[in-house]
Ligand binder design. Structure first.
Ligand code: PLP
Length: 410
């Protein structure tokens, strides 16, 4: 839209690629939170998907050593030999999958991997199947490529996991990718071997469909079964599987911007072609830090998991006292995906009728002082996402405000 009062805005025309993509719901909530804080309001933050812990000291030290050693120049496009070896070892050690070096790429964050993998493979008219709820960036990136996000609803009674028969029905000659994220942002669902097996059988029957798997929250799992990833379960399908992961969530390294993937060499080469004309290599210092994260002591990962478990239990206990809210206990991640549909149509003390997720989130933010994310940002109306990566103090305050906010609705 042109802005007649601003001569630059009135002549600015965004590209077609951007025409379907607006600012994300999280960006809007973040801006709203910042504005209220600027006005002196105390807001309990429960919207951000980032650990509140410090990056472990051994990782920070590795970065300092790298800087002092002069590792401050361009590196190989797909990562230094050191970080690629660390990724290779990680995949073998933790996932039982051996990738050759030319099957590995390290990028400036996992989001850049998703972007470059889609840029490298999608054409207008292509379809990407996204089981909902899904991380909102997936849909936006697919749409930016001129392709179509085919959103497949999943259900709370199935633990928000995709049913093989629904996948089978959704596949068309235009399907390029199925994308699954496990543990899932925002539902906390974790796919187990028995969940993946029928899905992989469908993938096997449709050789034109590739499988992108986002394992970003691999280390944040609360049940006792070992984590599984599709490339490990079906080595025979590895020629069509891209396994994405990163250090952001596991090691509290969101700002370092390192993601990595293993997949078939022709796809990895295509991703590298995109990187060569966009980010080039990831930050040399962050690569040294990521190598230490993957190879060094893993006790911080275990400590964070203990903290997340305690925070999850706190949030679940509080939610059970909130009238009108329902949720499934998350098996993984630091998110709870909350069903507020029984409250649709109620009114706030200030007389506003709540009809959609945005209404509810604005009510919680503006009137109650707690920030959460609308479910429609993840493809599911009638829900909202709570992040329990926030501090315990914020969580206690935020949950008390949510409880009072729900009780005040009429
Ligand atoms: N995948 C999922 C499911 C995420 O939730 C996020 C970040 O929120 C990412 C990928 C992006 O990770 P990175 O920080 O490595 O870009």
């Amino acid at each position: 839209m042109g802005d007649a009062t601003n001569p630059v805005a009135s002549i600015f025309r965004p590209s077609q690629a951007l025409s379907k993509v607006g600012p994300s719901a999280i960006t809007r909530i973040t801006a709203g939170t910042a504005e209220l804080r600027r006005q002196g309001r105390q807001i309990a933050s429960m919207h951000l998907g980032e650990p509140d812990f410090m990056t472990p000291e051994n990782i920070v030290e590795a970065a300092i050593r790298a800087m002092r050693a002069g590792d401050t120049h361009y590196t190989a496009l797909d990562g230094t030999p050191e970080v690629k070896s660390a990724v290779q070892e990680k995949f073998s050690r933790e996932n039982g999958v051996h990738f050759e070096r030319e099957e590995i790429v390290v990028t400036s964050g996992a989001k850049m991997l998703l972007f470059s993998a889609f840029f490298a493979t999608l054409n207008p008219g292509d379809e990407v199947i996204l089981p909902a709820p899904y991380w909102g960036s997936y849909g936006d990136i697919v749409e930016m490529m001129g392709a179509r996000a085919v959103v497949l609803p999943t259900h709370a009674q199935d633990g928000f996991k995709l049913r093989a028969e629904d996948l089978e029905r959704a596949i068309t000659p235009n399907t390029r990718w199925l994308l699954i994220n496990s543990p899932s942002n925002p539902s906390g669902a974790v796919y187990r071997k028995a969940d993946y097996e029928p899905i992989l059988e469908v993938i096997e029957r449709h050789p034109h469909v590739w499988f992108m798997i986002d394992d970003m929250y691999e280390h944040i799992i609360f049940h006792n079964e070992p984590f599984v990833t599709p490339a490990q379960l079906r080595p025979d399908l590895r020629g069509r599987i891209l396994t994405i992961n990163g250090v952001s969530k596991a090691y509290a390294m969101t700002g370092w911007r390192i993601g990595y993937a293993g997949g078939p060499a022709p796809l990895i080469n295509a991703i590298k072609a995109v990187l060569s004309q966009s980010t080039s290599c990831p930050c040399s210092i962050a690569q040294a830090a990521a190598a230490e994260a993957l190879r060094g002591p893993q006790n911080s990962v275990r400590r964070y998991l203990g903290e997340y478990r305690a925070r999850r239990d706190l949030v679940m206990a509080e939610l059970s006292h909130c009238p009108g809210l329902k949720t499934t206990e998350p098996d993984g991640t630091f998110y709870a995906f909350v069903d507020w549909r029984p409250l649709i149509g109620t009114s706030t003390p200030r007389g506003k009728t709540l009809t959609d997720d945005d209404d509810l989130c604005q009510y919680f933010l503006q009137d109650c002082g707690v920030s959460i994310v609308p479910g429609m940002a993840f493809g599911n109306h009638g829900f909202f996402r709570i992040s329990f990566a926030s501090s315990e103090a914020d969580l206690r305050l935020g949950m008390a405000r949510i409880r009072e906010g729900c009780a005040a609705l009429i």
